[in-house]
Design a protein around this ligand. Sequence first.
Ligand code: LMR
Length: 432
Amino acid sequence: MLSRTVQKNLFKRSNAVSSVRFISAFSEIPLAPPDKILGIAEAYNKDSNPQKINLGVGAYRDDTGRPIIFPSVKKAEEKLLTAETEKEYTGIIGNKNFQNIIKNFIFNNSGKDVNGEKLIKDGRIVSSQTISGTGSLRVIADFLNRFYNTKHILVPKPTWANHIAVFNDAGITSEFYSYYDTSVNGLDFENLKSSLQNAQEGSIVLLHACCHNPTGMDLTAEQWDEVLAIVQEKSFYPLVDMAYQGFASGDPYKDISLIRRLNELVVAGNIPSYALCQSFAKNMGLYGERTGSISIVTESQEASTRIESQLKKLIRPMYSSPPIHGSKIVEQIFADESLFQSWLSDLNSVVGRLNSIRTKFYEKLDKTNYNWEHLNKQRGMFVYTGLTKEQVIELREKYSVYATEDGRFSISGINESNVDYLADAVNKVIAK
Ligand code: LMR
């Protein structure tokens, strides 16, 4: 409903053809708050303290604090530069080669998942290139809103700060299921199960494949089995978000056990369909190239044909077709075994640095008044410190340490030169 003043202004404008007087159509728009994650960088950039530290966004930095281009990606780009002959549009859902890479790499574990292989052979996977992970989430959210009967999603508490906004903007209401217990800094598994058991039947359920964002705390294989039993019992629709494939173990193939288990359940006829959102933003460092995908595992080849046609119908008026530079890099890397192996080793060394700086940070923290053990159990780009909002604000205001207010630290911002300063600041804030 437009407010009275806005209605009046619009009316005045349409009747003011002769007496031209500019009246802003947007005079009543309230100021929006900065983004909870991306807004951190804006504040950090304005800070003149030379010791400032940015622990906000989940984007990799090397030990000198700089972003990197993976050497394998650089080589792929060099090859592209000489081989590329056109910049034509790709298809609405990307090209077949990219889609097949996604299917074979993730669902078939490059030839090692018999169930995934069967799903591909039976034409039961529809893949579409998307505008990175957020784009894939938005596409699947719009798709589910259009075609799935329950417009309700269960998300872990806590979850990535942008998840709820993506779903809500697409008309899907969200509700938390228990995930993490901040009083003990650990997984809240019993409540996780009971909250799912008590949730509305047939809901969509969001599952983080690995390196849960923001907590970095993942389920074990046995715990996933228990959760998937509830998913079946309650006829939930699983929507898997996998933004950090490879960051849990250093090996992208080892981090897809949830996908393998879901494939098995689908082939056995216990789960009819599920969807996966993924991106190469983190594990190939293709952040700004916006390269990701959505895949829907369907009930039949015939369903796949219909679903694919609807994905095209949905994407075309939204952004027409995805960007091509990032997807071409991915294609180059997967087309060349030696480049592919270099990529695996680049990824492994990125994860190695994160793990060693995590350990170093842990070692420097004062354990007399605070149990920091949870840091050693968390995986991926983040530590979920357990610091309160007030403590995070104090870190920012007194020490120029910038992190999200939920106490998440992106550890890629920590390095040999600032780890002492950071640990010291955290110790002082905790000791107060
Ligand atoms: C993050 O959680 O920091 C990343 O996924 C980046 C983003 O877009 O929020």
